[in-house]
Design a protein around this ligand. Structure first.
Ligand code: CAA
Ligand code: FAD
Length: 380
């Protein structure tokens, strides 16, 4: 097992790190305050090819491996978890479902625009009454002539108010219960009958657009059915596997940023006549935080490497997401502790890291759902 990155992967890390420092770090505080979608940053990322990292060149992507894509999410999230999730949703669950399950015509029509960043992608699975139990979704799609007519609503959709295409899941066979009888659709922004509802005001991840989608006799052309009718749930699950590595990388980036801030502060801050880093209570805390971040890094990059090599990694992806999100919440809480009262103020970024970290334990399958998936596999 190789534990080193290739030259290309290191180049990706340097490029993204430099970009994040130059273009994101200066606006990150303002974005947190205003909750404005960072369209300019996304446009610049598009110019660098970051909106289509693992997408084949034939469809307009830069065709780098999955690990390189995870490196980008990790490094972006270290500076802004908001930018990390925008890219993760756009790629893992906004573009990849079309790449892996679309017809050649669908791929030609949508992927070059998504990979170039001309289009932004979104993924709409969750409903008000169907979150963890995604298979209980009730949005209906009824085939009528050359269209499917969609009725229902989706909630908490990342990139929702800004996206150009949505991967939407709806029930096509009401006789079937649970995850069976669900189909996936590619829905375009200006689809008649689809409107953007409430925009969520969130604890963190400000700037990331999270909205409700309402379907009131929305008309989706039959050619926009993705994969086979009634087989859509598996499309959601298969793409969430890779998505979960991305959210794990987002958690890792946040945790690493908090750790680095805490180390720097502990070296500077003096109490009882010496830097607090020389108080064993603080130094041991930092040692634990560093160990947890390193362990998360290994799990994330191990899952990414398996995925890059085309090896099934659902179990490793779940473990990586579960562990990285858990330690991100813990490490960011401890970072505030290291900063003392200053950590609780907006003068330092650690309170933002803490607010941003929490969501990684919730979306793309809560920690409880990761444990459910893992335990099912363990006892198989
Ligand atoms: N990979 C591939 N296939 C999978 C799979 C996986 N990880 N998990 C399940 N499947 C397949 C199963 O094999 C099964 O196939 P068959 O019908 O052929 O047997 C089918 O999917 C149904 O599986 P289950 O019977 O296990 O389904 P379930 O109804 O019991 O639910 C669940 C499974 C794992 C709990 C699922 O509902 C789940 O993942 N819930 C969490 C929802 C979630 O992650 N939402 C994320 C929304 S997107 C988001 O949040 C975006 C963002 O972060 C910004
Ligand atoms: P619930 O399912 O109601 O869960 C509530 C609690 O019960 C949780 O702690 C959960 O773990 C626990 N629980 C539920 N079932 C079990 C069980 N069987 N065993 C043990 N514990 C259980 N969705 C999308 O489709 N697309 C998106 O782009 C998207 N982006 C999001 C962005 C944000 C900021 C947020 C907040 C959510 C987003 N989501 C998105 C939705 C997200 O995936 C769901 O919130 C998540 O899957 C949990 O569903 P829920 O909120 O309905 O919680």
């Amino acid at each position: 097992m190789q534990l080193t990155f290739t030259e290309e992967q290191e180049m990706m890390r340097k490029m993204v790190r430099d970009f994040a420092q130059a273009e994101i770090a200066p606006i990150v505080e303002k974005m947190d305050e205003t909750d404005e979608f960072p369209r300019e940053v996304i446009n610049k990322m598009a110019e660098l090819g970051l909106m289509g990292i693992p997408i084949p060149e034939q469809y307009g992507g830069v065709e780098m491996d999955f690990t390189s894509y995870i490196i980008a999410i990790h490094e972006l999230s270290k500076v802004s978890a908001t930018i990390g999730v925008i890219l993760s949703v756009h790629t893992s669950v906004g573009t990849n479902p079309i790449l892996f399950f679309g017809t050649e015509e669908q791929k030609q029509k949508y992927i070059p625009k998504l990979a170039s960043g001309e289009y932004l992608g979104a993924f709409a699975l969750t409903e008000p009454s169907a979150g963890s139990d995604a298979g209980s979704l009730v949005t209906r799609a009824v085939k009528k002539d050359d269209k499917y007519i969609l009725n229902g609503s989706k909630i908490f959709i990342t990139n929702g108010g800004e996206a150009d295409t949505y991967i939407v899941f709806a029930r096509t066979n009401p006789e079937e219960k649970g995850s069976k009888g669900v189909s996936a659709f590619i829905v375009e922004k200006d689809t008649p009958g689809m409107t953007i509802g409430k925009k969520e005001r969130k604890m963190g991840l400000n700037g990331s657009n999270t909205v409700e989608l309402i379907f009131d006799n929305a008309e989706v052309p039959v050619e926009n059915l993705l994969g086979e009718e009634n087989k859509g749930f598996k499309i959601a699950m298969a793409n969430l596997n890779a998505g979960r590595i991305g959210i794990g990388a987002q958690a890792l980036g946040i945790a690493e940023a908090a750790l680095e801030a805490a180390i720097a502060y502990a070296k500077e801050r003096e109490q009882f006549g010496k830097p607090i880093a020389r108080q064993q209570g603080v130094a041991f805390k930092l040692a634990d935080m560093a160990t947890e971040v390193e362990a998360a890094k290994l799990l994330i990059y191990r899952a990414a490497d398996l995925k890059s090599r085309g090896i099934d990694c659902a179990q490793e992806a779940s473990m990586a997401k579960l562990f990285a999100s858990t330690i991100a919440t813990k490490v960011t809480t401890e970072a505030i502790q290291v900063f003392g009262g200053y950590g609780y103020t907006k003068d330092y970024p650690v309170e933002r890291y803490f607010r941003d970290a929490k969501i990684t334990e919730i979306y793309e399958g809560t920690s409880e759902i990761q444990r459910l998936v893992l335990s099912k596999n363990i006892f198989k």
